[in-house]
Design a protein around this ligand. Structure first.
Ligand SMILES: [Zn+2]
Length: 276
């Protein structure tokens, strides 16, 4: 008789190998995300010059370019001049590595895995830039909007089921995406019009992008999560007097985190809220 259990160790071993590979891939991608987040707002080229120390300008050797590990064995300092390497670089590499392993575990080998990984990278870059510079660059948001529309159109034409992306059951994903984008736009445009200085154009554009990516009705979950988490953290920061009412707390990271959570678990949350 065919015994399934005898096959399982083999399957598990493969799974572990793929998880490890995606962890390493994520670490490398995280390292590239750091480069983009540092250079793009300054209008510098992402490709040249090669990575160098901001202290002594010396080019980094291959050994010092290995994500996560090079930070650890250099103990966070440049080997030549001893200048401190920002700890953010390590956290982003480690975070992206864990995220990529999680994505593989969550989606398995599929086109959703590639697409969601790409969107996640986009959201991480935007969050990092917004945290540091309080802007969400059009240079990233506009191409991403076009990409999301193209993907939605392709999904409609070729009929691949965007189950993992939007478990809505609609056949025409482009309609879903268009309604989603519209809702994201309007939901953030209203507070921007009502309270001056509350919401920037960057946030409105990002919400539109998130609506296009998640589609209707998942966009409602994404916006709900972003507004609740953003409001909660803002209230805590004000209560602890870490920020004053005049400080602008960037909303981009909350929108981004909410969008990622919605891509992973939005359908489950929706089914739980509105049992079909
Ligand atoms: Zn140096």
């Amino acid at each position: 008789m065919f015994c399934r259990s005898s096959l399982l160790p083999l399957v598990d071993k493969n799974q572990d190998m793929w998880l490890a590979l995606f962890f390493l891939l994520g670490a490398a991608v995280g390292s590239f995300i750091n480069v983009i987040a540092d250079r793009l707002p300054a209008g510098k080229s992402i490709i040249s010059p090669p990575s160098h120390c901001t202290g002594c300008q010396r080019e980094l050797s291959t050994k010092d370019l290995i994500p996560i590990f090079s930070y650890l064995w250099l103990k966070g300092r440049c080997r030549h001049c001893g200048v401190t390497i920002p700890r953010r670089l390590l956290w982003v590499e480690l975070g992206t590595a864990i995220l990529f392993a999680f994505l593989y575990w969550h989606y398995g080998p599929s086109w959703e895995l590639a697409l969601v990984a790409l969107y996640c990278c986009l959201f991480i870059v935007l969050s990092l830039i917004d945290l540091k510079h309080n802007i969400l660059p059009n240079k990233i948001v506009y191409p991403a909007v076009i990409f999301a529309i193209v993907i939605a159109a392709l999904g409609s034409i070729f009929g691949f089921e965007p189950r993992a992306i939007a478990g809505t059951g609609f056949r025409l994903w482009i309609v879903d995406a268009a309604i989603g984008g519209g809702i994201g736009f309007v939901l953030l445009l209203l507070p921007a019009l009502l309270y001056r200085g509350g919401m920037g154009w960057g946030d409105i554009k990002l919400a539109t992008l998130i609506g296009l990516v998640t589609g209707f009705p998942l966009v409602l979950i994404a916006m709900f999560l972003a507004i609740v988490s953003g409001g909660l953290i803002a209230a805590i920061l004000l209560l602890l007097k870490l920020k004053s009412r005049k400080d602008a707390i960037p909303f981009g990271p909350f929108l981004s985190l909410a969008a990622m959570a919605t891509l992973f678990w939005g359908s489950n949350l929706l089914n739980w809220l509105i049992p079909s």
